[in-house]
Design a protein around this ligand. Structure first.
Ligand SMILES: [Zn+2]
Length: 70
């Protein structure tokens, strides 16, 4: 099963959807970071996790709107 993670880039703050399991790559600044440390602790901000793409996408649109992102 694929997890749709709503994550925030730790470098530029960009919010995006990621299905990556180990390494996050920002679509805006192109920097990468491991999603979890070797101890399984999240090393980036995971806002929500969805099992359904449509719900994840709807959430991210609403979240960005509330946060003032365009
Ligand atoms: Zn970024």
């Amino acid at each position: 099963m694929v997890d749709y993670k709503v994550v925030q880039c730790p470098f530029c703050g960009f919010i995006q959807l990621s299905t990556a399991k180990s390494v996050f790559k920002c679509l805006r600044c192109s920097r990468t970071r491991r999603i979890t440390t070797s101890k399984g602790i999240p090393s980036i901000r995971i806002i929500r996790v969805f099992a359904d793409f449509k719900r994840a996408n709807a959430f991210i649109q609403e979240y960005k709107r509330l946060q003032g992102f365009s």
